[in-house]
Design a protein around this ligand. Structure first.
Ligand SMILES: [Zn+2]
Length: 840
């Protein structure tokens, strides 16, 4: 932990104590840092006391086996929709969690030759698809997935788009079946993004058909996950015709058996594709560099020798190598100098293929061992405009993330030969590629490293695991969000990782939005808006974290890795995951999966009593929200010291409504506090016992500071609680912190501001310190800047003023959002008017 983080923590504690002392809340907790508190586990929760469940019950009960095991707590079998039940009945999936004896999936080989010549936005291509029917059925019609038809004006979309987003979609110029030209005439009524063609003869089981296309489309400058990022930097994704997955659960669809759900272009609910092999040629003018999914087949043809050698060197080197600078590319030194250059790529068994290209990007590369057992290395590349300064360290970021994914979580060697992070504005994942923005999105705590870690860790879910992302984002976004958090824990420490998770992720489940508590298992193609996001990202990530806490890291990882080993390269359903965890874990987890995935809950604990017993103390805990969450009971002893007693979610196994926690202690406990950490409690006001006096929700909060000798004091009234802000927030948006200090009168406002700016690592010049509105009637100075504290960008405003008694300083810090500028204009002046100076 570096000094900046320590400073940040101490600052947060100062603020926490200010708020506690000011708002009239009970003060059961001395302000010792949580990390200084010894953690113990109450013996009643020790894993050894949970009897291992006999193997037969680890298979979730089905309709045939619903008789509850004798003497066990009643466990409701997991609900199974009829279309899912059919897959198990038909033997394509097995209740032991493995693929069934009749499991199949269809496979395609794509041979694509694509021509693009920026700044023309038109992409044109020829494509041959060899599609093999591995199913037991005769297929008489094939839905052709044309994702980019979502840009046609009449398409269904889930977000409002500007006119420049719209275009004509994918235009099929020629179509052949087994070499014979046939009219491109999709069946009437077939979905816009899955136009369906009838076959002259049904495709028999085990047989292949060749479909050939000539097609073109216009890339849009209104990019989302693909598009023209600038006139000569394109990210080409979702672009080619392919056959949608024929599968065992889409029993009733526009073409029964096929996924024909329209693509609505929503972040976090992207695609569902079969695995395919790709041979892709990208024809570009000279001096364009191309990056893509898969392996470059002809570096010596497309690159001049120096640059081809640098690329080769990067594949075996631990160093980060700059392959090319924009000037070298533009001076004609890097690519072959024929008018047109054809970059040839190959990728096998991937569910998608994407391409980035530019004539003015920096190109860095390196590589890292991703399989320590075999010393297999993976290439890491970054392609970015020189103005995206944060990307100078992106190859190192990629190497760190691949190492983390390969050796820690999920702890499966990175399954591909390469990853490339390309700046194309998307913040979106593709197999072996991420298309990210030049700057992080305006989210608290987001850095390009943080965003890239998320996109790269998506390599496992959805790509390696073949996830239907539109119906079950609990897999791809859920698992990636827990991996992102676990990476952040290691990368920036618990304080920072928790702060980001609460702000960006679990903070979203606090608000009582209509539908927000709908069970996670609800097919995401039946939900929309915040409900979809919450069920995709934060709720499943919390479910997995709770399960990790319940099982312990070793058992949790063993079950996760077994699930991945069984299902990678296939199309698992959530029930395959639940069944595998039940089969591999030492206990039946059906109650847990029911609670987290199949029921409507939220997070709200309440302390309801504290009694002396023969064994120590009994703490009554109510679970008003209902989720089986882990939490800590913090005991406050008579002498003011504290101790944490961690409870795993197993405590809720017999009742998710209320439990008694035993504290096996002999010392006098005068108060307890329940803390669920990043499991954001919607009402933290009832988490302590004895309960404090009822709080007036409209009461203002007072912050105070005195100097060392107590001869001067400063008081500031924070704004009353506002309906616009979340629970526990006062007036200003989440993340605002205030620091008050009283300094010796010998210090001038300028000196005070400079001292603190140095403490906060704020870059400034003397001319940045300017006169501000009077505070408490005294002229003041202000420095407005921003500061990066442990990877989080804060808006930093430091005001200082001097009275005859002392110099006073107020520092306002807010996690950097566009709203900061508005706050500087409106909220801050109102706040500063509430300052009271008290020379004593
Ligand atoms: Zn994601």
């Amino acid at each position: 932990m570096n000094s900046r983080k320590l400073y940040m923590i101490s600052m947060v504690l100062v603020i926490a104590s200010l708020v506690l002392s000011a708002c009239g809340a009970p003060r059961p907790v001395p302000t010792a840092a949580p990390t200084q508190v010894p953690t113990t586990v109450a013996p009643t929760q020790a894993p050894t006391q949970v009897p291992p469940t006999p193997a037969p019950t680890s298979v979730p009960p089905t309709a045939e086996s619903t008789q509850a095991p004798a003497a066990a707590a009643k466990v409701e079998p997991l609900y199974m929709p009829r279309n899912v039940q059919a897959a198990y009945d038909n033997g394509t999936r097995s209740l032991d969690g493995k693929p069934g004896p009749k499991y199949w999936q269809n496979k395609a080989e794509h041979n694509i030759s694509l021509t693009v010549a920026p700044p023309s936005l038109t992409i044109s291509a020829t494509e041959d698809i060899t599609y093999t029917n591995n199913s037991p059925d005769y297929l008489s019609a094939l839905p052709v997935r044309l994702y980019l038809n979502v840009r046609r004006p009449e398409a269904q979309r889930e977000e409002t788009k500007t006119a420049d987003f719209l275009n004509a979609g994918v235009q099929i110029d020629e179509f052949r079946i087994n070499g014979v030209v046939v009219p491109w005439s999709p069946l009437p009524g077939s979905p816009l993004t899955a136009p369906t063609i009838g076959l002259p003869l049904p495709l028999a089981p085990g047989e292949s058909v060749q479909l050939s296309f000539k097609w073109h489309f216009d890339l849009s400058p209104a990019y989302k996950h693909e598009g023209a990022f600038d006139p000569t930097s394109f990210f080409i994704g979702y672009f080619f015709p392919r056959i949608t997955p024929y599968n065992d659960t889409d029993l009733v669809s526009a073409v029964p058996g096929f996924d024909t759900e329209d693509f609505t272009y929503r972040s976090g609910r992207e695609q569902f594709n079969d695995f395919a092999d790709f041979t892709v040629s990208v024809n570009v003018p000279k001096n364009f560099v191309v990056w893509a999914t898969g392996d470059l087949q002809n570096p010596d043809e497309v690159l001049q020798p120096t640059y081809a050698q640098r690329l080769k060197d990067s594949l075996t080197s631990d160093q980060v190598i700059n392959i090319a600078q924009p000037e070298e590319v533009q001076q004609g030194k890097v690519t072959a100098q024929t008018d047109s250059v054809t970059w040839r790529w190959q990728a096998e068994n991937v569910p998608d293929f994407a391409i980035g290209l530019s004539d003015h990007y920096v190109w860095d590369a390196g590589s890292v061992v991703v399989d320590p057992a075999t010393n297999r290395r993976a290439s890491v590349q970054a392609a970015y405009p020189a103005t995206a300064a944060d990307y100078k360290t992106m190859v190192q970021t990629g190497k760190d993330v691949l190492t983390f994914g390969s050796t820690q979580w999920p702890g499966v060697p990175y399954p591909y030969s390469k990853t490339t992070v390309f700046v194309g504005g998307g913040d979106e994942e593709y197999p072996m590629m991420a298309n990210d923005g030049p700057e992080p999105p305006p989210l608290p705590g987001a850095t390009v490293r943080f965003i890239a870690s998320h996109e790269i860790l998506h390599s496992y879910f959805p790509f390696y695991m073949g996830i239907d992302e539109r119906r079950y984002p609990l897999f791809d976004e859920g698992w990636t969000t827990i991996f992102e958090y676990l990476f952040a824990l290691e990368d920036m420490g618990k304080e920072q990782a928790d702060a980001i998770f609460k702000a960006v992720r679990s903070g979203n489940i606090v608000a009582p939005i209509s539908g927000i508590d709908i069970p996670i298992i609800t097919p995401a193609d039946s939900t929309r808006g915040r409900v979809t996001s919450s069920n995709a990202y934060e709720k499943p990530a919390l479910a997995y974290l709770a399960l990790k806490d319940l099982l312990g890291d070793e058992a949790f990882k063993a079950a996760l890795q077994e699930f991945m080993a069984r299902w990678h390269g296939k199309h698992p359903l959530p029930w395959d995951m639940f069944n595998t965890f039940n089969a591999i874990s030492p206990e039946d987890l059906t109650w847990f999966f029911n609670n987290w995935f199949f029921e409507s809950h939220f997070v709200d604990l309440a302390a309801a009593g504290l009694d002396k017993t023969n064994d120590g103390y009994a703490v009554q805990v109510k679970n008003a929200g209902g989720f089986a969450i882990p939490f800590d009971v913090q005991a406050v002893y008579a002498d003011g010291t504290t101790e944490l007693f961690h409870q795993t979610p197993r405590i809720w196994k017999d009742s998710t409504e209320a439990v008694t926690v035993t504290l096996p202690v002999t010392r006098e406990v005068k108060a307890v506090l329940l803390d669920s950490g990043i499991f954001n409690d919607v009402n933290a006001a009832n988490n302590s016992w004895p309960a404090g006096p009822a709080q007036d929700p409209n009461a203002p909060v007072i912050a105070q500071a005195k100097n060392d000798t107590g001869t001067a004091a400063l008081t500031m009234t924070l704004l009353p609680k506002s309906k616009q802000s979340g629970p526990g927030q006062y007036g200003m948006p989440s993340g605002v912190t205030v620091v008050l200090s009283v300094l010796p009168a010998s210090k001038t406002p300028e000196e005070a501001i400079k001292d603190n700016a140095t403490n906060f690592k704020v870059k400034f010049t003397d001319s940045d310190i300017v006169a501000a509105e009077p505070i408490a009637g005294y002229p003041s100075k202000v420095l407005r800047s921003s500061v990066n504290l442990g990877g989080v960008e804060y808006g930093y405003d430091s005001y200082a003023f001097t009275t005859p008694a002392a110099t006073y300083q107020i520092i306002l810090l807010v996690q950097y959002l566009p709203a900061v500028e508005t706050m500087r204009e409106t909220t801050y002046p109102a706040l500063l008017k509430t300052v009271v100076v008290d020379p004593q």
